[in-house]
Write a protein that binds this ligand. Sequence first.
Ligand SMILES: [Zn+2]
Length: 330
Amino acid sequence: MFIFLNYWFPVQAILLASLKPLATFASGLDRNKKLLILIYHRVLEVPDFMRPGEVDRQAFTWQMQLLANCFTVLSLPEALARVQTNSLPPRAVCITFDDGYADNYTYALPILKHFGLTATFFIASGYLDGGRMWNDSVIEAIRLMPHAVLDLSTLGLGQFDIATPPQKTAAAQKIIKHIKHLDFQQRLVYSRCIEQQAPHIPDDLMLTTEQLKALSASGMEIGGHTVTHPILATLPDAAVVTEIQENKLFLENLLGKPCRFFAYPNGKMGQDFLPSQAELVKACGYQAALSTELGVANSASDLWRLPRFTPWDKTPARFMFRMAIAYAQG
Ligand SMILES: [Zn+2]
């Protein structure tokens, strides 16, 4: 089932071989050893015009093959232990997934296993077993709308042309950007209003609890990502603690293992979570927390806002070059 792409053909192979020493040097031969934590959300079966930023199986396969051959992929617990003792190997990488999409089990897991790699999956537990995140409701509804214009004047958003695939993509992205930072209830009103204008939209986007148990049983690390994926910065402390604790307890009861690591929903400090909320995460019994701020981790990093990053490049050589640059800038 795996598609081995042509990057082992001579030109690409030479390019990758020449970039490896650069990545080795940039990742820290000196006292400042560095860890790149990659963030993914979905691994699609095939490219999807409504989700241009997501990888598909084919791209994920060459990316994992590249990591297996040219980098040292560590589990998150081992990597963070080695960050703190400054004993990371050269070209150290962790792989993480946010949210809990079903394709993490269906497509990502077999590819990870094929290359002998391990990853951490941060789960928003309120959407397991048939739930759907509000942004997916917007995307899937607009994909299926048969009409040429989406009229959201009653919501104060105006009208959107959705006659063609590029127009649908642009409309969904614009609407998501507009309502992303609204209050949770208000955002739900907006997404439900959009949802109601489409035929039945899929309810199998997220993991089932059985799939999640299988991910965990296969050796993958499972982390917390709150129950409903709210913007924590907009919530009072008590609600933040409830979101974090209920999610952690649910995952621990389901999997029979401690849930050790947390990823902030959306993940930008100041915008999506507040510095003071890191203390709440710590008080709930986590060992470290990951943001979506760009960068690499090293022994000076704050364990409660570890940065992440994923190159978006379409070829292995460019992907690897951006990894090397990220180490150099970290
Ligand atoms: Zn998320």
